[in-house]
Design a protein around this ligand. Sequence first.
Ligand SMILES: [Zn+2]
Ligand SMILES: [Zn+2]
Length: 371
Amino acid sequence: MATAERDYYELLGIDRSATEAEIKRAFRKLARELHPDVSEAHDAHERFREVAQAYEVLSNAETRELYDRYGHAGLRRGGFTPTDFDLGSLSDIFSAFFGDDLFGATTRQRRARGADVGTVVEIELAEAFAGVKKTISVEVAVTCATCAGDGAAPGTGRVTCSGCGGAGRLQQVSRSIFGEFVRTQACPRCGGAGTVVERPCEACDGAGRIVDERAFPVEIPAGIHDGQQIRIRGEGHAGRGGPPGDVFAEVRVRPDPRFVRDGDDIVTAVDLTIAQAALGARVAVPTLDGDAELELPAGTQPGEVRVLRGRGMPSLQGRGRGNQRVHVNVLVPRRLTAEQRRLLEEFEHLAGEDTYRPDEGFFDRLRSAFS
Ligand SMILES: [Zn+2]
Ligand SMILES: [Zn+2]
């Protein structure tokens, strides 16, 4: 042995006169701290083994006496070799050794909440704008009405499971520090219940649940965004002794060719001819709640953006609306008649530097500050 062997009593933090119960308590406490399942320490595995070995020796009257008299050397001479045991999981060790469950859960069937169900609901942008009520349908496992969920044919009961003799769990024995290491698992035949149905319900084949198509209305709030989920509580799969799961409906908002959505803002474009842009124009702009009239002054430039305040999507938080941003596009003639060409050439001839000079007058600056 290259490494110094530590005193077993010291390892367990007990004194030499410790009773059996004290030894057990000390090990139990240390195992909770040191088991690699719960300890983050890099040497947790090693330390757990040391403590387990100390416990193995001190919990047995024979080996404890040998150790008390002759120490580590005495144990070796007495032919004792520590068990190279399978650590197992901490809860395995606790249920095997102390007969309890570390985490408070029982190996009997747990009351399980039903699973959640996901679905998709498609709406139009206009519906996302106004809010809408949609009916969605989902296939969910529901409690069988014929047997009320217990899986037994009506009028029949449950009988003791022959797989586990009613215990609900099966024990698997393997070598461990305790001589034998007992691993407990739920009985596969009865699922841990300890009983099975005498005759299975025909409606559900004994499962206690059947798949049913359920339709229900869902309120989609104004301002909902594409990809957001709405949770409908309690409409998911039935639980096993627990509450049903939820339905998560993902809302997909179909794109609208007239509008581009940017958060709560709506972006649109307006086309002006070169004459409208130069002379000024009053144009109708489609918005989510009808057309709006937009006054564009003479000299409006392509790429300018006008903002229609409060004409965007409603905020999902229920406060106010986004804006509508209108981008100005100026159409340049692509095909000219001889006369149109002559007029444009004449215009070009008359136009000077001043014709295109940006106007930075007081009112323009004021206007741009508010636009
Ligand atoms: Zn049934
Ligand atoms: Zn069973």
